[in-house]
Design a protein around this ligand. Structure first.
Ligand SMILES: Cc1ncc(COP(=O)(O)O)c(C=O)c1O
Length: 367
């Protein structure tokens, strides 16, 4: 289906139901913890809400479809999805490589929970992932990285991992399946936070794992069942509902990001801009080889912390938040969360406002 249709068509189709006369066009949520069992003890598909739920299945088949995977598993958060995969793959004695410049709580988990159990945790800059992956059992890559927006060469990393027998896991949160499909480039598993652009309305927390190795997916499913980091059926339904418009929203976010990056690149108040869609960005060449869209995040450095605060104060559209992918354009000064960036660094997460309005607002606010 990927070759046949564009991304908005794919997201609309992925959340549709079978056209059966008299049934709802979009499946309603199944809010149940407990299901009837048969008196003769034959196993029904659904027994108990931690094992499975019909709304999860609808959502999982839509996510698998969008990521080009055989199967998907939804989780209660992006961190639940990522840590579940790490617990399955990184056993005591294993060597795990995590990005030094990616989402900070992933390396905290690896250092604080996996390392004490005998996992060798190596933090590597995303630009040096391939070199760091030598002898690793598990490599977790994030691309574009949050917050620095460096792009990892996924074809090359996947080839290196395959040659050495390491398992490659890619965090696809910032790119989304509308930006890139890491499984098609050789990743073994994709993990992501669906809290961001896929849900897109800043109103729920969710995560997922997709893959096509049946044994690997079965192991992750067992882990979810036993650890219990499940997604509630109502959130699953909200996410399914949001997925239908995710392609459309992500397109606008990318369009806004590109226009803003171009404007900021020559603005006298801006020291530097990183956006993989800028032709002179250090990541542009690899990004054009592996990404269809360059994402809704722009990284900038202003003069100092006060300049970032002033930008938000003077803007009529910007809000200060520590998430991204929502409909509102927002700014986050990442140093406050411990990211290895300067005081004047800001991550801008583009929303779906009209592009011209945003550009004029930024111009006014930066004056
Ligand atoms: C790249 C990346 N991965 C994973 C996560 C964790 O997702 P969640 O907050 O849904 O647990 C985040 C959250 O910001 C993220 O930016």
């Amino acid at each position: 289906m990927d070759g046949l249709y564009g991304d908005s068509t794919r997201s609309v189709k992925a959340v549709g139901s079978e056209p059966v006369s008299g049934t709802p066009v979009v499946s309603p949520p199944v809010l149940a913890s407990t299901f009837h069992l048969s008196p003769n003890e034959a196993e029904p598909l659904d027994k108990y809400g931690r094992y499975s739920n019909p709304t999860w299945r609808r959502l999982e088949s839509a996510l698998a479809e969008l990521e080009g995977a055989a199967a998907a598993l939804v989780f209660g958060s992006g961190m639940a999805a990522i840590t579940s995969v790490l617990r399955v793959l990184a056993k005591p004695g294993a060597k795990l490589v995590v990005p030094a410049d990616g989402y900070h709580q992933v390396r905290r988990y690896a250092k604080e929970y996996l390392a004490p159990q005998g996992v060798t945790v190596v933090e590597a800059a995303s630009s040096a992932m391939c070199a760091a992956a030598v002898d690793a059992d598990v490599v977790l890559a994030e691309t574009p990285t949050n917050p620095g927006l460096d792009v990892v060469d996924l074809h090359r990393l996947a080839m290196d991992c395959r040659r050495r027998g390491s398992t490659l896991v890619v965090d696809n949160t910032t790119a989304t399946p509308f930006g890139q499909q890491p499984l098609s480039m050789g990743a073994d598993l994709v993990v992501a936070s669906a809290t961001k652009a896929l849900s897109g309305h800043s109103d729920l927390i969710a995560g997922y794992v997709v893959g096509s190795h049946p044994d690997l997916m079965a192991a992750v499913e067992q882990e979810r069942l036993l650890a219990g980091a499940i997604l509630g059926p109502f959130e699953a339904w909200l996410l399914l509902r949001s997925l239908g418009s995710a392609g459309l929203r992500f397109d606008r976010q990318c369009q806004n990001a590109q226009a803003l990056a171009v404007m900021l690149r020559t603005h006298p108040s801006v020291r530097w801009v990183r956006y993989p869609g800028l032709p002179d960005d250090p990541s542009h060449q690899i990004a054009t080889q592996q990404m269809k869209r360059f994402g809704g995040l722009v990284a900038i450095e202003l003069k100092d912390a006060d300049s970032v605060h002033a930008l938000v104060d003077r803007s009529a559209l910007l809000v200060a938040t520590t998430s991204f992918g929502g409909i509102h354009t927002s700014v986050d000064r990442r140093i406050r969360w411990g990211d290895p960036v300067s005081d004047a660094f800001a991550r801008i997460a583009l929303g779906i406002e009209d592009t011209d309005d945003l550009i004029s607002d930024f111009e006014r606010a930066l004056q």
